[in-house]
Design a binder for this molecule. Structure first.
Ligand SMILES: C[S@@+](CC[C@H](N)C(=O)[O-])C[C@H]1O[C@@H](n2cnc3c(N)ncnc32)[C@H](O)[C@@H]1O
Length: 249
């Protein structure tokens, strides 16, 4: 595990003899459990916002459908939604009946979907997933996916308010779940912020990290101007900013 991705007390855990170092945060059962629990406790009501913005006539694509927190609910409510998700561990949580609508690919490989002749009126990227993508990958994605976005269609996503990250930098939080204690913190290392998580359950000790990219309205405005979208802010609070990139007709 690269030491420069760990900070302060998390870096010191490397000295523990029986610690398990997990490189693929989203492929590890315990960290997926942590992630699901942390999202549930989060006060950001993104699913309610999506319900207001989406219609049953939309053809929707979710980028990084994960454990189906959004995907499963919207499928059950008869929305026509597809997903892309590279982690097979995450796919296990998708309701079996809808699993065929998840493509096991990364957003960087979005061109693969062009052969399927699918066109979307809405693309959603919930849960600040955009921060997993570098600015270059995001720009490449917008360029390629635009051919699959219907005129007047839109791409809707949230990202962490950069001013919040500056105040939360290095603060340690603890979450207790199913006999496990998870200690976690975000550290800014421009142009990234890096999540460190340490799990302790009886004799089990695990350490992982997830590198995330900082996004800002200024950067998104540049992408919109370049690829023919209008940028609208849908909601904004101290922690999250949700935006819509609407394609010109
Ligand atoms: C923050 S989770 C969001 C899951 C779900 N959308 C939700 O709202 O609960 C991010 C998801 O993106 C997936 N992911 C990671 N890298 C990806 C990539 N390159 N392309 C598409 N999805 C990716 C992860 O496996 C994970 O399931």
């Amino acid at each position: 595990m690269p030491k420069e991705k760990l900070f302060g007390p998390f870096k010191r855990k490397l000295n523990i003899s029986n610690i398990q170092l997990i490189e693929e945060f989203y492929s590890d059962y315990d960290f997926v459990e942590f992630y699901n629990k942390a999202l549930k406790e989060d006060s950001h009501k993104d699913l309610e916002i999506f319900r207001k913005l989406l219609s049953l006539d939309d053809t929707i694509l979710e980028i990084g459908s994960g454990s189906g927190r959004v995907f499963n609910d919207l499928c059950n409510e008869n929305y026509d939604i597809y997903g892309i998700e590279p982690s097979k561990e995450m796919n296990k949580y998708i309701v079996r009946e809808y699993r065929h609508k998840i493509f096991n690919i990364r957003m960087q490989d979005i061109e693969i979907l062009r052969d399927k002749q699918l066109f979307f009126s809405k693309i959603i990227i919930p849960a600040t997933t955009i921060s997993l993508f570098s600015h270059n990958d995001f720009e490449y994605f917008i360029e390629k996916v635009s051919l699959m976005v219907k005129p007047n269609g839109s791409i809707i996503f949230d990202f962490i308010n950069p001013s919040y990250l500056r105040t939360a930098n290095g603060k340690i939080h603890m979450l207790e779940y199913r006999e496990s204690k998870y200690y976690f913190s975000n550290y800014i290392q421009y142009p990234y912020f890096i999540l460190n998580v340490y799990l302790q359950r009886d004799n089990l000790k695990k350490l992982s990290y997830s590198v995330k990219h900082l996004y800002s309205l200024e950067f998104l405005q540049k992408i919109c101007s370049k690829y023919g979208y209008n940028l609208n802010i849908i909601s904004e609070n101290d922690i999250y900013i949700m935006v819509e990139m609407r394609k010109y007709e």
